[in-house]
Write a protein that binds this ligand. Structure first.
Ligand SMILES: Nc1nc2c(ncn2[C@@H]2O[C@H](COP(=O)(O)OP(=O)(O)OP(=O)(O)O)[C@@H](O)[C@H]2O)c(=O)[nH]1
Length: 328
């Protein structure tokens, strides 16, 4: 199969404009003894491709992804290691105009990262017009003291001309230390992205031990993967009304026994999720179990239950209990 190359046929000048050093010199890689490390936030509008890029960098799927906006509800850290370097990527909820208390919490959670990281990657979908949402995010990104990298995602979906236009428009919004164009699904420029980010990291300790690749707890991983399968199989309001909690996990004779509760806001949504003769819930369980067995490396017995909790998205206590509060 031919390798995907969105820049095929472009002139050197055009290429320079796409992946450019915009002036500020990265610190360079550390010397022989100096270990480099740091925190790198992935921020942007919902659906920009933040979780997909984090998974691509990690080389395994840890963050859930879907075409539904606001898939990410919990800030999640994923560790990527290279010789002498540890990068802690922080996947954040998409920044958007909130319509409920849950939305406000998600924004708060993402915004909290802006001032607290070494490198800020502002992801913009190359295939979508830059709009007021991006301008709003850019205004906040511009205030961060972190190094700033503009990341044009989904290059496989946009023409080179379109990508160039997007870069110019994004540069109007905010100043960046660097720019990179990539496609996480095609693995185009993902390794270059990791190298670029690493070059901006300061000398520092190993923040995570070598055996740890994420700060997400096991029960969070269960809840998130069940939710992802629900997002894949439901439509309209239902995906946004779903919250999942894993309330028990126990390993017995090599099998992980898991119980998770799916919360929805209305009886009708419960019916949709259970499906005719329980078919929908059964398939969600099968899909989720497959991922969980890969992640935990053992057989998983997954039991799912659906409960109705009216208007939980407006209830601060419920948002916290489900683990979606900004300071979780
Ligand atoms: N074609 C293509 N699709 C992509 C690429 N990156 C992400 N996607 C798709 O874009 C959709 C959104 O991706 P996510 O990674 O969930 O986006 P996100 O920014 O984390 O979204 P939120 O959780 O809503 O903030 C998914 O359907 C992905 O498969 C890419 O490089 N190319």
């Amino acid at each position: 199969m031919d390798e995907f190359d969105p820049f095929e046929g472009m002139t050197d000048d055009e290429l320079d404009a796409m992946v450019s050093d915009l002036g500020s010199e990265p610190d360079g890689f550390a010397g022989e003894d100096g270990f480099r490390s740091g925190f790198v936030a992935l921020v942007g509008r919902p659906n920009a491709g933040k979780s997909t890029l984090m998974n691509a960098c990690m080389g395994t799927k840890m963050a859930i992804t879907s075409p539904v906006a606001q898939t990410t509800r919990r800030r999640m850290r994923g560790v990527v290691r290279r010789e002498g370097v540890q990068i802690v990527f922080v996947d954040t909820p998409g920044l958007h105009k909130p319509h409920d208390s849950l939305g406000s919490e998600l924004n708060k959670s993402a915004l909290a990262e802006l001032g607290d990281v070494d490198v800020l990657c502002f992801l913009i979908d190359a295939s979508q017009p830059i709009g007021r949402g991006d301008a709003w995010v850019a205004e906040r990104v511009a205030k961060s003291p972190a190094k700033r990298i503009l990341v044009l995602t989904k290059a496989d979906l946009a023409s080179p001309e379109r990508v160039l236009e997007q870069i110019s428009a994004a540069r109007e919004l905010c100043e960046f230390d660097d720019v990179i164009v990539l496609s996480a699904t095609e693995r185009f420029n993902v390794d270059s992205f990791i190298d670029l980010v690493a070059s901006y990291l300061p000398e520092g300790p190993k923040w995570f031990p070598d055996t740890m690749s994420t700060d997400a707890s096991d029960d969070t991983i269960v809840a998130e993967f069940v939710r992802e399968k629900l997002l894949m199989r439901t439509r309209e309001e239902v995906p946004h009304s779903v919250g999942v909690i894993c309330d028990s996990m126990e390993r017995r004779r090599g099998v992980l026994h898991v119980h998770a509760v799916i919360y929805v806001e209305r009886e009708g949504q419960k019916g949709i999720i259970i499906g005719k003769k329980g078919e929908m819930l059964k398939h969600v369980g099968i899909d989720a179990r497959r991922d969980l067995e890969r992640i935990f490396g053992c057989k998983v017995f997954l039991e799912l239950e659906v409960r109705v909790k009216p208007n939980w998205r407006e209830d601060a206590r419920e948002i916290r209990r489900l683990g979606y509060a900004a300071d979780e």
